[in-house]
Ligand binder design. Structure first.
Ligand code: PBG
Length: 315
């Protein structure tokens, strides 16, 4: 007689033991150079690129909805071989961090640390003889992290899947006096077609080749789990599985093996499939976000954060 526990909505809710809460969400923000820009991203209905002056209002709106955590991505047109604009003090992201923190000190800022939006190749690192060089890339990831830390970021988020990126950044931060800056690493990041809309949004698609020499292949779950265990060992504060929906098995296996917080990135392709579907988008959103939580994610990074926050009040 298990149906007694489903007799009405209140009983159903009473016995529910996995729930979504806006405080566990991180909202991604795309930031562009210039002023007075708020442009809808063609590949991602409802998501915008903001210039720094315009992102302030967006953040204020989010804070009023209870969203306190943001993941910043710079969309940079000035690209070169070594991704110079990623680690300049006056680059888009350091300037955004400073400006946001001045006005909204309580906002928790995460910043993506990668080179693909900044390199002419569109690769996540420095290309030497057609191969993304691990140690040369680590040097640049360290530089980016220090510049973001200097600007006042709370967490740097290495997403280029280089070996030892967490260890290298942790050492660089500590050596420069930024022991309080955390690392949320994209520790288990698959080579996925679900990033398609993001690459248009961030202008970061590889110009030649793909990312298969550093992002994970989905046919080997053991290696995928090992990548996160390594990052925990190297000193990550928060680890991540990305994408989320096709990898719920990986989320739940990792959750059984680690004690530090686990994030899942509900990526651009997962967002657009739902937004563009002919189904009830609100119900779909709740069903998939809950599935990510149920699989074991403590934190959900999602373009749905605002939509969820708006309806959470009436759930
Ligand atoms: C940068 C990066 C990517 C995403 C986040 N950081 C793209 C990629 O690896 O190509 C994807 C996020 C999304 O699809 O929403 N390396």
């Amino acid at each position: 007689m298990l149906r007694r526990l489903r007799k009405n909505k209140h009983i159903i809710n009473l016995v529910s033991n996995v729930n979504l809460n806006v405080q566990n969400f991180i909202y991604p923000l795309f930031i562009v150079d210039g002023k007075n820009r708020k442009e809808e991203i063609p590949s991602m209905k409802g998501i915008f690129r903001f210039s720094i002056d315009k992102v302030m209002k967006e953040i204020e709106e989010c804070l009023n909805l209870g969203i306190t955590n943001f993941l910043l991505f710079g969309v940079e047109e000035r690209k070169d071989e070594l991704g110079t604009w990623a680690y300049r003090n006056d680059g888009i992201i350091p300037t955004a961090i400073k400006t946001i923190k001045e006005k909204f000190y309580e906002a928790v800022l995460f910043a993506d640390v990668c080179l693909c939006q900044y390199t002419a190749s569109g690769q996540c690192g420095v290309v030497v003889n057609d191969y993304v060089d691990n140690s040369k890339t680590l040097e640049l990831l360290n530089k980016i992290s220090i510049v973001y830390a200097q600007a006042g970021v709370d967490f740097v988020c290495p997403s280029s899947m280089m070996d030892f990126q967490v260890k290298s950044i942790r050492e660089a931060l500590d050596k420069n006096g930024y022991e309080n800056v955390g690392i949320m690493s994209y520790s288990t990041k698959f080579n996925s077609a679900f990033y398609g809309p993001f690459r248009i949004a961030a202008d970061s698609a590889p110009k030649i080749g793909d990312r298969s020499s550093y992002q994970l292949d989905y046919k080997n779950p053991n290696l995928a789990i090992l990548e996160t265990l390594k990052d925990v060992e190297e000193g990550a504060d928060i680890v991540m599985v990305k994408p989320a929906l096709a990898y719920l098995d990986i989320i739940s296996k990792i959750k059984e093996r680690i004690l530090i917080p686990l994030a899942a990135y509900n990526v651009s392709g997962e967002y657009t499939i739902i937004v563009n579907s002919q189904m009830d988008t609100e119900k779909l959103m709740l069903e998939v976000l809950l599935a990510i939580k149920r699989a074991g994610a403590d934190i959900i990074i999602s373009y749905f954060a605002k939509d969820f926050a708006k309806i959470q009040k009436i759930l």
